[in-house]
Ligand binder design. Structure first.
Ligand code: RUB
Length: 305
């Protein structure tokens, strides 16, 4: 395995690269680096290298179907290619990866444009964690001249909410920062909740940063619409065939560095928000009911099945 792939895997594992989209982008770039650095002499050897990288990337963050879909698609292009020469196959990796990234960017732009229409002047937007898709949507609303404010949670234990808060301030959006447990106290002030997604199941349930499902319940109680903003490729096709999405369990030391001995500290990275709490899934195809995800995927991304 090449050094660049190992470095990227480490960055993903340590959360130096965070958020489903950024993780997928880094993974695709790792495959591009591999294609340029590989010592493979045949198509079989190149595919073996790519599959090794695939296994390392998948294991770096378990709950990331966008990354898995991206890597699978790029490797699929090599498998299907009629090229026999390793150099030409390397070019297939690079160009397919570029195409994937371009399409992903277009999906985010379209999603942001659609979502920005839900932000009205004077609106208070509640968000959790850091989603580059959510912040892009809010940036779009701001560019369109909308005046709104944001409430964001700090998002223990890794404080991704600080990334969101900094981005919002940079955009010139009035931002209030709260501890996660203050979500219920502040929900009454919000007009809508927008969160990102790491995974979407065939039933339309959404897996996102730990704490999201509690916020969805609180939003439902307060009658505040709860939206998920996500590119469709975060759908996990295996869930259609009965698999559960795995929930990544991170190191207890992220929660309490020097915890007393014998204390059981648990640190799941994500939780599941059931579709009945989701007002709409804002994606590149529009605002859809999350339960319709399978039909939408069959129409838009049939290769995923
Ligand atoms: C980040 C997180 C984000 C989603 C969506 O978790 O839960 O809401 O990944 O992000 P972590 P994006 O920080 O553990 O990766 O919209 O950027 O894909």
């Amino acid at each position: 395995m090449t050094e660049t792939v190992r470095l990227i895997v480490e960055k993903i594992r340590k959360l130096e690269v965070q958020g489903a989209r950024n993780v997928a982008i880094a993974a695709v770039k790792a495959l591009q680096a591999l294609a340029e650095e590989t010592k493979a002499k045949t198509k079989t050897e190149l595919l073996k290298d790519l599959q090794q990288a695939q296994a390392l990337l998948y294991a770096s963050r378990e709950t990331e179907p966008l990354m898995r879909n991206a890597v699978k698609w790029v490797i699929g292009q090599v498998e299907e290619s009629s090229e026999g020469n390793v150099k030409a196959l390397g070019n297939v990796v690079v160009s397919s990866a570029d195409l994937f990234l371009k399409n992903l960017e277009e999906s985010r732009e379209r999603t942001a444009e659609i979502g920005a229409k839900r932000i009205r002047d004077g609106c208070v937007v509640f968000t959790h964690c850091h989603s580059s898709t959510v912040t892009r949507m809010l940036a779009k609303a701001k560019q369109e001249g909308k005046i709104f404010s944001v409430i964001c949670t700090e998002t223990r234990p890794a404080y991704q909410g600080r990334i969101t808060a900094r981005e919002m301030l940079k955009l010139g959006v009035e931002t209030t920062f709260i501890v996660d447990s203050a979500a219920r106290s502040f929900m009454g002030n919000a007009d809508l909740v927008v969160v990102g997604a790491d995974s979407i199941t065939s039933e339309g349930n959404v897996i996102n940063k730990i704490g999201t499902s509690g916020i969805a319940v609180v939003a439902s109680e307060a009658r505040v619409p709860f939206y998920v903003v996500s590119e469709l490729l975060k759908f996990n096709p295996a869930t259609l065939y009965g698999e559960y999405e795995k929930i990544e369990q991170r190191s207890p030391s992220e929660v309490w560095k020097e915890a007393p001995e014998k204390l059981v500290v648990r640190n799941p990275a994500f939780d599941v928000t059931r579709h009945e709490y989701i007002h709409g899934l804002i994606c590149e195809e529009g605002i859809i009911a999350p339960q319709t995800i399978v039909q939408v995927m069959q129409r838009k991304y049939p290769w995923i099945f």
